[in-house]
Write a protein that binds this ligand. Structure first.
Ligand code: ES4
Ligand code: ZN
Length: 330
């Protein structure tokens, strides 16, 4: 359609994407066969049919199970290439990709294997198409502070080798009961090391977690942040300090963070002048990649073309690209 072509043609950055959340059921089955991993589902169709979530945790259980087929460098490469090609078809010019090393190292997959496969795909895409990408290594917040420190220690020897792609640090997984303050010391260390910082906050957790992610973790962007609206003073601060929110509309719908897309607050927050961006989170599980997130939001919330263009521009401005490349891209 015309709207689809318009949105596809806007240069866009994807800022909130879990690479393990791009594993389509077909690829999960192919990798399971290749690696001799048994799956508790009879078929691709049976697995896809299980994607009916009631909250964040009901999704995470399947997401971690799906990631269990990833063992070799080539698996991480294949997964990342499949995503990057799909994103490029949607008009994504730059992708900031989160990955969860703890999901893999706990199964005996070396940290090096995870980095090597994902980075090879990012570099190949960059060198062959000009599409850029970088990595945000994310800590699982349901695990301990010590586990996060151990993960950082295991990854730091690889930093020089992956300096062209490893840009920052994220925080994901079950939010309730795992507040930002649990990771205050890890984030302080990451900050000293010069990493760019983001964290999930205000998805299922309260607005106070958004404030604490800013004040205690010193993050530059908030992943989700939709529950910030419960605190008018926080909304004012997000507007005045131009702190980007990486909103994921289809994710919020699938995980019952909102009852329907018509009720999503992203349009209201955008119209209040916040730096809102649209992203796809775990597209293989939530029923749409970046373009579909834009289009579904546009239809449900009557976003104008000007608003869609602003959302796309916001995504480039909120990215961790150098200022010169941002200027080239917008
Ligand atoms: C996630 Cl939607 C969401 N929230 C928190 N953690 C995650 N990990 C992958 N997807
Ligand atoms: Zn997320």
């Amino acid at each position: 359609t015309e709207l689809e072509n318009f949105v596809r043609s806007l240069p866009k950055a994807e800022l909130h994407l879990h690479i393990e959340g791009t594993l389509e059921p077909e690829l999960i089955f192919a990798l399971a066969a290749r690696n001799g991993v048994a799956l508790p589902y009879a078929s691709v169709q049976a697995l896809r049919a299980a994607y009916q979530f009631t909250n964040l945790q009901s999704f995470l259980d399947l997401y971690y199970a799906g990631a269990s087929v990833l063992l070799a460098e080539r698996d991480f490469y294949d997964m990342t290439m499949a995503y990057l090609r799909r994103a490029q078809a949607d008009g994504v010019v730059h992708a900031e990709i989160m990955f969860d090393p703890q999901t893999h190292t706990v199964r005996g997959v070396p940290m090096e294997t995870v980095f090597a496969g994902i980075a090879r795909a990012l570099r190949e895409m960059r060198d062959t198409t000009g599409m850029s990408g970088c990595l945000l290594m994310s800590f699982l917040r349901h695990l301990s502070e010590q586990d996060a420190f151990d993960t950082l220690d295991a990854a730091l020897p690889l930093r020089a080798q992956y300096a062209d792609v490893w840009t920052g640090i994220g925080l994901d997984s079950g939010e309730r009961g795992n507040p930002p303050e649990k990771f205050q010391r890890v984030y302080a260390r990451c900050r000293e090391l010069g990493f760019r910082l983001v964290a999930h906050a205000g998805e299922e957790g309260p607005a106070a977690y958004v404030r604490d992610a800013l004040d205690l973790l010193h993050v530059e962007r908030i992943d989700h942040g939709v529950r910030s609206e419960d605190d008018p003073a926080l909304i004012q601060r997000l507007r005045e300090q131009r702190i980007p929110l990486t909103v994921c509309p289809l994710s919020n719908l699938k995980l019952c963070v909102v009852d329907s897309l018509n009720q999503h607050n992203l349009a209201r927050l955008l119209r209040q002048g916040l730096c809102i961006t649209i992203n796809s989170d775990d597209p293989a599980y939530f029923g749409g990649y970046l373009l579909e997130n834009y289009l579904a939001s546009a239809k449900a919330l009557n976003l104008s073309r000007e608003e869609l263009a602003t959302l796309a521009e916001n995504s480039l401005h909120a990215s961790f690209l150098p200022a010169a490349r941002k200027q080239e891209l917008v």
